[in-house]
Design a protein around this ligand. Structure first.
Ligand code: GLN
Length: 312
């Protein structure tokens, strides 16, 4: 048995107090202009437990840009709609290069390694766009996210989406390469417009932790996607949720998780907890530096690593 709720809360409070002082916080993402000005001093962590209670410490009510964490939600919708057909277009293997690598996509002849690198997420967004307008697609995505977290106050930050559309030349390169390989159905600017808006969804740690319950297996009324798809998504989060840093993350944390360049991480401990952490400074893989450290400490304290054998 792991520690009880009171000791987890005390642990989170201590963690937050010590991380407030941390001098090494990583670098905030500067390639998206709107994110470059976010204060790196923020830190928040929320842990949602199977009984519905949420333990929190730090800045857990402030919405932040979820960025690539949104890829989990678009994948859930795409799998629900397309099932295994999606895997004809996207792989399920970890990646060797950065999340926005062009060279890897070329080496794979236009079939992205997995749905969490940018190229794979662009294909996934193209899949959920099929038969819908961008507006309808984003409305469906927001509906899904709001139902998942049980809170209607989740919005897209237009300024972040527009800033990325102006500066996202690498994503345009990926989209055009996908198109040249016939792995994109809609026009590039339509898919990317939708993708950038999806990445610009803002959520707080408390909302995100609640949203992860459907992946942890204890959402009260959420069967939008079936158990086999939940298992697939958790497996992909474990092997690819931190891009080319996923091996290191599995080694040190041992929990399926998805990061975003806004500094958030959503981590899922099947049947035990859904965790969201936010600290805007990033490590060299583009994953939250302190967020990763926080999850490593929490997983050691609770024994929540999937590879834990001592305290089962
Ligand atoms: N919107 C970002 C991009 O496409 C998402 C990347 C991320 O969070 N790793 O570059």
């Amino acid at each position: 048995m792991g520690p009880d709720r009171l000791s987890i809360q005390a642990f989170l409070d201590d963690l937050e107090a010590s991380f407030r002082q941390a001098s090494q916080r990583g670098e905030v993402a500067s390639y998206i202009p709107e994110l470059a000005t976010v204060d790196p001093g923020y830190f928040g962590i929320s842990v949602c437990l199977p009984d519905g209670s949420v333990l929190s410490a730090g800045d857990t009510q402030k919405p932040f840009s979820i960025q690539s964490i949104s890829k989990v939600f678009s994948l859930a919708i795409a799998l629900g709609r397309e099932g295994d057909r999606l895997w004809k277009r996207v792989g399920r293997e970890p990646s060797n290069f950065a999340f926005n690598s062009v060279v890897e996509l070329e080496m794979e002849q236009g079939r992205p390694r997995n749905p969490f690198v940018n190229a794979g997420a662009i294909v996934t967004t193209d899949a959920i766009l099929s038969g819908r307008t961008p507006k309808e697609t984003l409305a469906e995505l927001l509906l899904f996210v709001r139902a998942a977290c049980g809170d209607d106050e989740v919005y897209i930050n237009q300024r972040v989406a527009e800033a990325e559309n102006r500066t996202g030349h690498r994503n345009y390169a990926l989209a055009h390469f996908l198109k040249s390989c016939s792995n994109l159905n809609s026009p590039c600017d339509r898919v990317l417009g939708t993708y950038f808006h999806q990445c610009a969804i803002e959520m707080s740690c408390q909302q995100l932790a609640a949203a992860g319950r459907f992946l942890a297996g204890f959402h009260p009324d959420f069967d939008m996607i079936g158990e086999p798809h939940v298992r697939s998504i958790n497996a992909l989060m474990m092997t690819a949720g931190h891009y080319d840093g996923s091996g290191e993350f599995a080694y040190s944390v041992g929990i399926p998780a998805k990061s975003g360049v806004g500094g958030g991480i959503l981590a899922v401990v099947p049947r035990r907890a859904s965790i969201a952490v936010w600290s805007p400074g990033l490590n060299r893989y583009g994953n939250s530096h302190l967020g990763t450290l926080a999850l490593e400490k929490l997983s050691r304290f609770t024994g929540w690593s999937l590879f834990e054998v001592a305290r089962v």
